[in-house]
Design a binder for this molecule. Structure first.
Ligand code: AMP
Length: 198
């Protein structure tokens, strides 16, 4: 079982790349942000707890998000593996994830999509208001960036050379190409059908 973990700042394009990788590899895309936004939209108990925290750009508790991930990866469609997008977001979550994955005998593949802060700010100004995310007010975005820098950026030290660094600059296709090249089994799997077809 392959657990592909994508790291990156808000606005790094991580979600887009995660979806594309999931589609190409035929693996489920697990975004804790998407699951939480759905819970808010559905007005569930989880959604009620998460709503204000998300709107403020802060992190929902580690216990809640671990519960979401643990339950989701136990589903049958995750048997071959899955793409994690937005989890882990701090070292406590990374340690909890390592425990859950080792219980399931999963191999971790970690890729970080690297975009400089000034480019992130420019991108989010362009995106704000277009996809209806209520956590994309300028204030909330700045808060999310601060939280990313203080909580999530240290994950790069935590994972050390287990995380491959990918430049998130250039077109989506460029970034996707780099991502696949950095995940050896992904590159092999994406290339093989073309070779067979020739
Ligand atoms: P995202 O779509 O990944 O940017 O997540 C949107 C929001 O959901 C974040 O700003 C957090 O409030 C919450 N969230 C998503 N994933 C996590 C996580 N792993 N830990 C804590 N909060 C999270």
């Amino acid at each position: 079982m392959n657990a592909i973990i994508l790291l990156g700042a808000p606005g790094s394009g991580k979600g887009t790349q995660a979806m594309r990788l999931a589609e190409s590899l035929g693996l489920p895309h697990i975004s804790t942000g998407v699951i939480l936004r759905q819970a808010v939209a559905d007005g569930t108990e989880l959604g009620k707890v998460a709503r204000d925290i998300m709107a403020a750009g802060r992190l929902v508790s580690d216990e809640i998000v671990l519960g979401i991930v643990d339950e989701r990866i136990a589903a049958p469609d995750c048997g071959r593996g899955f793409i994690l997008d937005g989890y882990p977001r701090n070292q406590a979550q990374a340690r909890a994830l390592a425990g859950v994955l080792s219980k399931r005998g999963a191999t971790e593949w970690i890729a970080n999509i690297d975009v400089p802060p000034e480019e992130l700010t420019a991108r989010v100004r362009g995106r704000r208001g277009t996809d209806g995310r209520q956590d994309d007010s300028e204030e909330a975005f700045c808060r999310r960036l601060e939280v990313y820098e203080s909580e999530s950026l240290p994950l790069l030290d935590y994972y050390g050379n287990r995380a491959v660094n990918i430049s998130g600059l250039g077109s989506r296709d460029d970034v996707f190409g780099r991502l696949c090249a950095a995940l050896p089994f992904a590159a092999a799997r994406l290339v093989t059908p073309k070779l067979v077809a020739q």
